[in-house]
Design a protein around this ligand. Structure first.
Ligand SMILES: Cc1ncc(C[n+]2csc(CCOP(=O)(O)OP(=O)(O)O)c2C)c(N)n1
Length: 630
């Protein structure tokens, strides 16, 4: 290994043994290593480059795993992984069967709490701190959270609680002014003021007040520790907001200066109550293309290090971009359309909409629940909100969907991006539960397109639909072209027969129609003709067509990119039971499990949700032939 210091860091102990004077050199090696690996594997580059010094300082001051460090979102935990004994495995990060891109308890005793969805770290950290108190233990608990993640309501629920309890607990706020895109909102404005405020603790009296509030030790430190006295200008009183919530505020601190960081984390460590340490970092630090475009390099595909050029393997147009493009085109004539994102204008394809219709575009921050009820409010006043949100993140807004939108039958469109398996982000991010968590809610229409043209028609349909909420779910990645735009007519609760066969019918929904078509083509080579039905709607179900299919086929195979329990298959199965149909039914979808990370193809194969599984069922179970799997 080419790295002089990093090559010797095989465990956290090795790191702790390193001479403090060498930490800056180690930081540059870690940066270089992350750039090398992420340029190959893809991953969260900019966030990790921003926290190199902060992570090193944290691990200098705290004794992990006895002290508990919790990473909010967890996408910035690469440096932590590298120095806690996973340097070599880091080369496999986000790969199938490799290291996860997020903290995982089974990977290491230093991964204290699993994250992936944002803004949970303060609640989790407080829970751990309270467990410590109940069990009369004495370690430290530190939650590291970004300014983007601070836009979520859950953080304030936790801070409100912590501030009232006064237990020993530290929150490190990593402020880089960015969520994935530029951060938004009142808190973000407030943090900018703190960053630029000239009024560092004005008088020694104020400083003494803070240090004195650290029982016993504080006074002594103030009197004796010269190095701290010299750094006192960094302690800022204006963190009133946090102070009023009951947190001692320390900051802002230069997040790329290891010795400053170490010094102030030590002060925080001494304080016997809730502390917020405000650290200022630069997202993408040390790699010019990422510093220039931190949003593009937030989560990056593999890229060329020299040019910063990102390598996109798949060709075609992504579903997200079709959503954005179609909404822009519809919104030119329909002034009622408004769009909402929860901190993901880029990921959801709404960037152009944001530019073209700024007054009709709302970025709510990482506040998915608020986004839902905001949409409900907009719809109350006859606007047509499209809330583009990742399927797994809408899990947070379940009650708001039910209580604020569906009961009132408000015409909100949930554009559910990243539905189904998403790949290397893994179990926290796969959108395989939306059919299940939505399908039992009354009043909601649920649909999924088989490909590009149908998706456009569904967006058009949804934009005109006034009779209640719609969930329109579609996968990550490139759309499939069927070139049938002119022939598609979206009618509520109507699907389409794509292939007419006999005996066996495949009832598919969304992009799994493609797998059904593939399977039927392969089976045709053996002169087996199967029917392929594209359901389009989970709800309302096309009962007329399903009745016809049930009556004319002995074997039914359902396929969906969702959990079987409560999903499309359950819906179909229940319908067959209700009608007392006696067909043989086989369901393809995800069993009762969380799905790991990896490339999508490997995952479909491992979890048996693909054309191969359809062929296997038809050959082995329907026709009684062995060796059916492709
Ligand atoms: C509930 C939820 N919504 C959205 C996301 C997607 N997401 C991942 S990181 C991120 C931005 C986080 O910003 P910040 O906390 O400031 O961390 P940074 O990457 O800037 O270090 C977002 C929106 C998520 N992980 N969880």
């Amino acid at each position: 290994m080419k790295y002089k210091y990093l090559s010797k860091i095989n465990s956290l102990d090795d790191f702790k043994a390193l001479d403090a004077m060498k930490l800056d050199a180690l930081a540059s090696e870690v940066r270089d290593y992350i750039i090398q690996v992420v340029s190959n594997n893809g991953g969260h580059l900019a966030s990790n480059l921003g926290v190199v010094e902060l992570t090193l300082a944290l691990h200098r001051v705290y004794e992990s795993p006895n002290d508990k460090i919790i990473w909010d979102v967890g996408h910035q935990s690469y440096v932590h992984k590298i120095i806690t004994g996973r340097r070599e495995e880091f080369k496999t990060i986000r790969k199938y069967k490799g290291l996860s891109g997020y903290p995982k308890r089974k990977e290491s005793e230093h991964d204290i709490f699993e994250t992936g969805h944002s803004s949970t770290s303060v609640s989790a950290g407080l829970g751990i701190a309270l467990a410590r108190d109940v069990l009369k233990d004495s370690y430290d608990v530190v939650s590291v959270i970004g300014d983007g993640a601070m836009t979520a309501g859950m953080v304030y629920e936790a801070m409100n609680h912590a501030g009232g309890l006064k237990t020993k607990f530290t929150v490190v706020l990593n402020d880089n002014e960015m969520s994935i895109s530029k951060n938004i909102g009142g808190l973000s404005n407030y943090l900018s003021k703190l960053r630029t405020a000239p009024s560092y603790l004005n008088t020694k009296k104020d400083i003494k007040k803070i240090l004195s509030s650290i029982p016993k030790i504080g006074d002594t430190i103030f009197r004796t520790t010269e190095s701290i006295k010299n750094s006192l200008k960094y302690l800022v009183v204006p963190g009133v907001f946090f102070e009023e919530l009951g947190f001692k505020y320390i900051g802002p601190i230069d997040g790329h200066n290891i010795s400053e960081l170490t010094k102030f984390l030590k002060i925080a460590k001494m304080y016997n109550g809730p502390v917020l340490v405000h650290v200022v970092t630069k997202k993408g630090k040390g790699y010019y293309p990422a510093e220039q475009n931190p949003d593009k390099f937030h989560g990056s595909p593999p890229f060329d290090i020299e040019t910063g050029h990102q390598i996109k393997k798949a060709s075609g147009q992504s579903y997200s971009s079709i959503l954005g493009e179609t909404l822009v085109s519809l919104s030119k004539n329909d002034r009622d359309i408004v769009a909402i994102t929860a901190a993901m204008p880029l990921g959801t394809g709404l960037e152009e909409f944001k530019q073209k219709f700024p007054e009709r575009f709302f970025d709510v921050g990482i506040a998915e629940q608020h986004g839902v009820t905001l949409a409900a409010g907009l719809a109350c006043e006859k606007l047509k909100p499209f809330y583009a949100v990742y399927s797994s993140f809408l899990q947070r807004g379940y009650d708001q969907v039910l209580h604020d939108v569906c009961i009132q039958k408000l015409p909100v469109v949930f554009a559910l991006d990243r539905a189904g398996i998403v790949g290397s982000d893994g179990e926290t991010h796969h959108g395989v539960f939306d059919f299940s968590y939505l399908s039992h809610i009354p009043n909601i229409t649920i649909m999924a397109p088989k490909g590009k043209e149908e998706f456009k028609k569904m967006i058009e349909f949804a934009s005109k639909y006034k009779d209640g909420p719609i969930a329109l779910r579609y996968p990550r990645g490139m759309s499939i072209e069927y070139n049938d735009y002119e022939n598609i007519n979206i009618e509520i609760g109507k699907g389409e027969i794509i292939r007419q066969g006999k005996e066996v019918a495949i009832i598919a929904i969304g992009h799994m129609v493609q797998e059904a078509v593939k399977a039927s083509d392969t089976l045709l080579e053996d002169n087996i003709e199967v029917t392929v039905f594209n359901a389009r709607f989970l709800k309302p179900l096309d009962e007329k067509s399903i009745d016809e299919i049930a009556k004319t086929h002995s074997y039914i195979i359902t396929i969906e990119d969702n959990a079987l329990i409560g999903g499309f298959s359950s819906y179909i199965n229940n319908y067959f039971i209700k009608k007392d149909y006696k067909n043989h039914i086989y369901n393809i979808g995800y069993k009762d499990t969380f799905i790991e990370h990896g490339d999508v193809t490997s995952l479909y194969e491992e979890y048996e949700v693909d054309a191969g599984k359809i062929i296997e069922i038809v050959k082995e179970r329907v026709l009684g032939k062995a060796d059916g799997k492709k």
